[in-house]
Structures are given as structure tokens and as C-alpha cells.
Design a protein around this ligand. Structure first.
Ligand SMILES: [Zn+2]
Length: 296
């Protein structure tokens, strides 16, 4: 690949993965082998998009169909409601009390529902039009893209969250710049994204073919994420690691070459905790969380 990196402008790519990728839910594989490219400068990894029109893909709900999860609001809640308190814990309730809060790529808006009782204003940014009317009825301001948020709100938002979205966008630098434009001086942005240094990616070819997927155009290590945040103009970027799966999940991947979720094989809690803590300590866990701050 010779085109400049959309994050740092460098043109020194190397192929860090060559093989089939995931096209939706488990088992949907790309018919051809594809390359994932690692930027020799900023370290971000890029999978050139296979979708013809990325904006239309997310606006129309085709993305949820690819996941075999559909576009019904109630189904979105069923799948994601229980994940929301953890997202709040990452920021802390007090950071959001009485504040204006935006969720960028909010899906059907369960996180905003959670914080609405104590936030002063909730701003939903979500391309999927199937969720818009329901979110309006629940009292959120609704926009399709961050660029659509009116200039009168620019620099007025205290806190934004964007969980598991950065990896989907075409241009992560512009994406973070667009969010930063909305934030007040001293404002914060909480993000999450899969960790490209995930131990399983390196150690299981089957897992790698599951990890790299059509809808994730960008993959970040902690270092690449910090670099991106700095280029987007944030003053600081505090990265933490989390690992959401137990030792059983890793063992079943090795044995059966498929995801099983947690608890399929019985390992005691001490062993599972040691596995998780080891991966987190080494920066080889499956997920990255980061708090980015705008200069005061
Ligand atoms: Zn780069």
C-alpha cells in the first residue's frame, strides 16, 4: 500500500496480517485473503474498506443485519443494557452530574438513558436512522454525525463517550478532531477499542481471522492510540487495559477454533484472575479504554 496514513501522513506500511477476515457474525469469512497494514510511523493498523459506501452502510442498518442482530430498539437494549454501568464506572458518575454529555456512536442510546437522570443534557450521535425517533422520544438531542452538531454547541459539551466506535470510522484523526470541537476546555472524552496487541491475535491464526473484520478499518495498540489522541489535539490520553474473557475462552479457541464466551471449561477463580491480570499487566488484553482530556 502506498497511500498516506490518514492519521500521521506516513507512507511506510507493512503487511501485519494476510488471510481471511470476518464479514459479520462468527463463520462469515471473506472469500478472498486480505492484508491488514501497519503504519511504520504511528503504529495504527489499517484494513482498506470492502464496503462501497461506508456512511450508507451504517445509516441504513445494514451493519446490524451483518451482525445478525437486526435494528429493533428493544433488541439493542436486550443485547447491551447490562454493559452500560461498566461504561459509567470508567468515567465516574460525579464527572457527569449536572453536565452536558454526548455519546458518539451511541446505538439505540442505552448509555444516555442511564445518565439522563443526573446529566443536564444528553446528546446522541448515531448514524443508524432506525434508532433516531425512539431516542428523541426518550429526551435526547439526536444527530447523525458529530459534524451535524450545530456550531452553537461547539465547545459547550462537558463530556463525551465513544465506546467501540473508533475502529469503525474511515478517518480516526478527523473523528477525534470532530469530537474535540464539541468539548469545553478541560472537557473529557472516554473511548474504548479492541487492543491490537491482544495476545490471542498473535497466538491463534483462527482468532486473528475472527479479530480482523470488515467493519473494523483501524486497529490500535496503546501507543498508537496515545499518538492519535495527541495528533487530534488532546492534552492527555490515559490508557487502561481490560480483558473480558476467561482462560476457558482462550483454551476453547485453541482446541475448537471458535468463540465460546466465558465459563465453558471449568477453571477456578484464582487461575482465571491470574490469566486476566497477566494479560492486563503485559498490555496483551483484548480491550483498551482511554480518557482523553482537552487542555483547560
Ligand atoms: Zn500512521
Amino acid at each position: 500500500m502506498t497511500s498516506p496514513c490518514l492519521i500521521c501522513g506516513a507512507t511506510s506500511w507493512r503487511s501485519c496480517y494476510h488471510g481471511s477476515i470476518r464479514m459479520g457474525s462468527f463463520g462469515k469469512k471473506s472469500p478472498a485473503d486480505l492484508d491488514v497494514w501497519e503504519c511504520g510511523d504511528c503504529g495504527a493498523r489499517y484494513l482498506p474498506p470492502v464496503m462501497a459506501d461506508i456512511e450508507a452502510y451504517y445509516k441504513s442498518g445494514e451493519y446490524r443485519d451483518d451482525l445478525s442482530q437486526g435494528n429493533a430498539v428493544d433488541e439493542y437494549f436486550r443485547l447491551t443494557d447490562n454493559d452500560q454501568p461498566h461504561k459509567l464506572d470508567l468515567i465516574g458518575m460525579h464527572q457527569l452530574r449536572g453536565k452536558s454529555v454526548a455519546d458518539i456512536g451511541c446505538g439505540a442510546g442505552p448509555f444516555l438513558d442511564l445518565v439522563k437522570g443526573f446529566a443536564s443534557r444528553t446528546i446522541a450521535v448515531e448514524p443508524n436512522q432506525c434508532y433516531h425517533e425512539s431516542m428523541r422520544q426518550r429526551g435526547h438531542d439526536v444527530y447523525t454525525w458529530a459534524q451535524d452538531v450545530p456550531a452553537s454547541l461547539a465547545g459547550q459539551i462537558d463530556a463525551a463517550v465513544s465506546y467501540s466506535v473508533l475502529e469503525h470510522v474511515e478517518n480516526p484523526l478527523r473523528f477525534l478532531q470532530d469530537i474535540r470541537r464539541l468539548l469545553k476546555p478541560g472537557g473529557i472524552l472516554a473511548i474504548s477499542t479492541p487492543n491490537a496487541d491482544d495476545w490471542m491475535v498473535e497466538n491463534s491464526a483462527d482468532y486473528a481471522a475472527f479479530f480482523y473484520r470488515k467493519v473494523h478499518l483501524w486497529y490500535f495498540t496503546a501507543m498508537a492510540l496515545r499518538r492519535l489522541a495527541a495528533l487530534a489535539g488532546f492534552e492527555s490520553c490515559q490508557v487502561t487495559f481490560d480483558h473480558r474473557f476467561d482462560l476457558s475462552n482462550a483454551m476453547v479457541w485453541m482446541r475448537d477454533k471458535r468463540p465460546s464466551g466465558n465459563g465453558r471449561l471449568s477453571f477456578d477463580t484464582t487461575l482465571n484472575a491470574a490469566w486476566r491480570e497477566h494479560l492486563i499487566r503485559e498490555g496483551r488484553s483484548d480491550y483498551l479504554y482511554a480518557i482523553l482530556k482537552v487542555a483547560p
